[in-house]
Design a protein around this ligand. Structure first.
Ligand code: DX5
Ligand code: ZN
Length: 322
């Protein structure tokens, strides 16, 4: 797992199509974080690629997660097949002419991440009504259909609005940027706060070292993020957080404030754990892996006090009069 914050999803659209199994292994070896699979139906976009059977055939070739990007008119018709094929996330376009909600629900019910994609001219507000059903927003910075097109800077600005849309999710969901990403554009989208950079043709240029391209894209995105959004400090990986306490919300909130005042970021995440007498489950206090031990040591006293307070509250709880 790479340090930093940005992650690279390799699109194999521009690899040797006669040997996709090899392409998948090659990008894994080169250090990609995920595989981005572009499915096109010749109807939603003027190009045809591959379908669920191809995804299924590739599944055993790599351990990397599969992000499936459906550029098709009828995702509802094929979503089950893509779930069964082993997709970890499924993203389709909000511009389609069929109901969107049921398909998002089916993806979520199957335990996969659900995403909606925006063509360059579609505004983020088109997603507002689906907000609570999506884990991913994919911002396209080229017209969908082909790899190797040039990056549309104006479209990339939607990354900011997409993040706002997902900010209520515990880890903020994921914003992906797709189209024309390379070492020239990575720093800019990093500075807008993107989480996943989809990289296609830039990885398959003859004479380029693929591993180096991936490292450069990731590092430049993190540099952009540090410079624009993180007071010049290098980012912490978002996907490695550890729980240091499970507490009722009102106790957890107080402990969080104490820890955050000491400079350690804390996320409160509702857990599956203990049900409290007020009918609400405990919350987990999550901190970045790098500071887990530090936080546990430094705040041992406050943590113990919080557990005592929680126990006392649980045993003396009386329901508020309604
Ligand atoms: C475009 C696809 C992309 C794209 C990425 O329709 O969704 O994933 O091919 O390729 P590059 O990085 O070459 O733009
Ligand atoms: Zn794509």
């Amino acid at each position: 797992m790479a340090g930093g914050r940005a992650r690279v999803a390799a699109s194999i659209l521009d690899s040797d199509l006669a040997n996709l199994g090899h392409a998948v292994r090659r990008v894994e070896k080169a250090g990609a974080d995920r595989i981005h699979l572009d499915v096109m139906d010749g109807h939603f976009v003027p190009n045809i690629t591959f379908g669920a059977r191809m995804v299924k055939a590739l599944r055993p070739r790599t351990e990397l997660p599969f992000d499936v990007h459906l550029m098709i008119s009828e995702p509802s018709r094929y979503v089950e097949e893509f779930i069964a094929a082993g997709s970890d996330s499924i993203t389709f376009h909000v511009e389609i002419d069929e109901p969107i909600e049921p398909t998002l629900r089916r993806i979520r019910e199957a335990g996969r991440a659900a995403g909606l994609a925006l063509k360059p001219k579609t505004p983020v507000r088109a997603l507002a009504r689906y907000r609570e059903l999506i884990d991913i927003v994919l911002v396209m910075t080229v017209e969908p259909g082909f790899g190797g097109q040039s990056f549309m800077r104006d479209a990339a600005r939607k990354i900011v609005g997409a993040h706002d849309l997902l900010s209520y999710l515990p880890l903020g969901g994921e914003v992906h940027v797709d189209g024309g990403i390379n070492r020239e554009t990575a720093e800019y989208v990093g500075g807008l706060g993107v989480d996943i950079l989809v990289v296609g043709s830039a990885l398959f240029h003859k004479g380029h070292d693929m591993g180096r391209e991936i490292r450069l894209v990731r590092a430049l995105a993190d540099e952009g993020y540090a410079f624009e959004l993180n007071h010049g400090k290098p980012p912490v990986p978002r996907d490695e957080w550890r729980s240091i306490a499970s507490l009722p919300l009102h106790v957890g909130t107080k402990l969080r404030t104490v820890i955050e005042d000491g400079g350690i970021p804390v996320i409160l995440l509702r857990a599956d754990g203990r049900m409290n007498p007020d009918g609400v489950r405990d919350y987990e206090l999550m901190v970045p892996r790098q500071v887990e031990t530090l936080a546990l040591e430094r705040y041992a006293t406050e943590r113990a006090a919080a557990y005592e307070e929680a126990d006392a509250w649980r045993s003396s709880y009386t329901a508020p009069a309604s």
